[in-house]
Design a protein around this ligand. Sequence first.
Ligand code: PEP
Ligand code: MN
Length: 254
Amino acid sequence: MKTKSKIIIAGPCAAESREQVVNCALTLKKQGIKTMRASLWKPRTKPGFEGVGAKGISWLAEVTNLGITVATEILLPEQLIRLIRVIGKKGDLNKVLLWIGSRNQNHLIQREIAKIVKEKMPKTVKLLIKNQAWADERHWSGIVDHILGSGISPKRLILCHRGFSPNNQKNPENLRNLPDFEMAMRVKKKTGLPMLIDPSHIGGSVENVFKVAKQSADFDFDGMMVEVHPKPIDAQSDAKQQLTFEELDKLLKI
Ligand code: PEP
Ligand code: MN
């Protein structure tokens, strides 16, 4: 992926501590990354570490003050209202990117989140939408239609392909989720929106993250969202798939 003109979002699966978040931001800034991901609220298959929650918002505010855009998942409208209040007071709301994750398939909530972005956030703030977990093209482009129903400008939307649940399908490479690059390209064309690739949640392991990123380079993706952790082995979620900063450097040269 020629990274110069691409949207690159890199950072830990989850925000774990102020120190982890700020150190990541400083290191990524040195690596030339302009947008850092870090989830505060984590939807999980089974109950476990579900993120640090609202107490991490002020850590993200600090990141915005370093001149880096911070990206985080919003599950509920009230989380976004709180984030706007805290970052509005302590940081820079222009330097925020939000996303709706694959498990958040309640269209009323999706639309409500988009409406808050439209009405209460600076126009520079973008909303990224990940595909749902099951392979259904109509549903995927339908999410975009639902979200546009909020009145948000399509210029503020970005899509991201994170693969589909393998269920009982053949999966010789043992991917965590199966990509459908062709479908991603069709949805990109139909919606006219930029499409990123998330090799982390497709791959599920460091080796597979590299493999998927290489495969995706044959398609017209507009960038990448990838998980990076200062010490992946100690990560509280998705430890197996998070890259070190050195590995990220290598990946971006693909
Ligand atoms: C994530 O990006 O942290 C995440 C939970 O991804 P997804 O919604 O694609 O499962
Ligand atoms: Mn993750």
